[in-house]
Design a protein around this ligand. Structure first.
Ligand SMILES: O=C1C[C@@](O)(C(=O)O)C[C@@H](O)[C@@H]1O
Length: 153
């Protein structure tokens, strides 16, 4: 079975490309997802993309991924700094994940330095712009292959 990666983008990332372009650049989320799918097909893996502005919807998506995906790549947006629920969902399903941020969160407001996910993430990428997604997929493809189907309860 082909390796499968779930790419989750949280709140306001649907505004990529128009949102504070001096911080987040000009690529849209659609550009990011399109590029991710091209890259994935070259690596013979599958990428499913999901974006939501709602914390509960993200929790539901993570729960539904149990036993179905090898790795999660997540840009939790502002939920990075607030969401115990997303942390618990990722730990609850036991799927390894990469946390990614388009901007360098350490060079911004001090409260952006804290993440509820980073200490449990396989890797954390920030400040690479949307290239961070490319880096995350390549990393996940090489280093995060688990046997999906055996992790289902
Ligand atoms: O929405 C976002 C985007 C972000 O996750 C990033 O990609 O740089 C950084 C977060 O602090 C912010 O709330």
């Amino acid at each position: 079975m082909a390796q499968k990666i779930l790419l989750i983008n949280g709140p306001n990332l649907n505004l990529l490309g128009t949102r504070e372009p001096q911080i987040y650049g000009s690529a849209t989320l659609n550009d990011v997802v399109k590029q991710a799918k091209i890259q994935a097909s070259e690596l013979s893996i599958q990428v499913e993309a999901f974006q939501s502005n709602h914390e509960g919807a993200i929790v539901d998506k993570i729960q539904a991924a149990r036993g179905e995906v090898d790795a999660v790549i997540i840009n939790p947006g502002a939920f990075t700094h607030t969401s115990v629920a997303i942390r618990d969902a990722l730990l609850g399903v036991g799927i390894p994940f990469v946390e990614i941020h388009v901007s360098n969160v350490h060079a911004r407001e001090p409260w952006r330095k804290h993440s509820y996910l980073s200490d449990k993430a396989q890797a954390v990428i920030c400040g690479l712009g949307v290239f961070g997604y490319t880096a995350a997929i390549e990393f996940a493809a090489k280093h995060m292959k688990v046997n999906v189907g055996t992790s289902k309860l």
